[in-house]
Design a protein around this ligand. Structure first.
Ligand SMILES: C[S@@+](CC[C@H](N)C(=O)[O-])C[C@H]1O[C@@H](n2cnc3c(N)ncnc32)[C@H](O)[C@@H]1O
Ligand code: SF4
Length: 159
């Protein structure tokens, strides 16, 4: 019997967090000065409603990766990142070990929150130093876990 996803391209999920500490003058992206209080709960609710609308387009395909981009996704608390990932996991199939990346800005996330993001299911960081657009580097999942998370604390397997 044919799989429902046979012949379709693989499916990745991009989640946009459109706020930054301060809007950079050169930036053409959908990013905005963060208000004093970010409407995190409301935004997560809206994201999941949006995902519900688009679910039929998945046509039974499992996700191959998840990427939180911005803006500055690390302005969201680990609890709200977890709410998003838990909501995605109840709607779509997430294979074991799927890469879940969170874009960070130097200065907006320090070692403390890393453990919270890992517990939420994030297992890779994309870190793009301001002022050096070509000098991009990524921490691999193993480095991320080893650097910042107490042994056994990571919830990197979502199923
Ligand atoms: C949109 S930012 C998102 C991640 C994070 N907020 C940051 O600044 O690294 C992603 C990258 O786009 C670059 N960028 C922003 N505006 C750009 C522009 N107008 N042309 C080329 N690169 C740009 C930034 O320098 C950054 O490396
Ligand atoms: S921090 Fe990144 S996304 Fe935010 S305004 Fe600056 S370049 Fe754009």
């Amino acid at each position: 019997m044919r799989e429902p996803s046979a012949g379709l391209p693989p499916l990745s999920l991009y989640i946009h967090i459109p706020w930054c500490v301060r809007k950079c003058p050169y930036c053409d992206f959908n990013s905005h000065n963060a208000p004093a209080s970010l409407p995190q709960t409301e935004y997560v609710d809206a994201l999941l409603r949006d995902l519900d609308q688009d679910l039929p387009l998945a046509q039974g395909r499992p996700l191959t990766s998840i990427f939180f981009g911005g803006g500055t996704p690390s302005l969201f608390t680990p609890d709200n990142v977890a709410r998003i990932l838990d909501g995605v996991a109840t709607r779509l199939e997430l294979p074991r070990g799927i890469e879940v990346t969170l874009e960070t800005n130097p200065g907006t996330v320090e070692h403390g929150p890393f453990a919270g993001y890992a517990r939420a299911g994030v297992n890779a960081l994309s870190n793009m130093p301001r002022g050096h657009p070509v000098n991009k580097y990524r921490y691999c999942a193993a480095a991320f876990r080893g650097m910042c998370v107490p042994a056994g604390a990571a919830r990197t397997q979502r199923k």
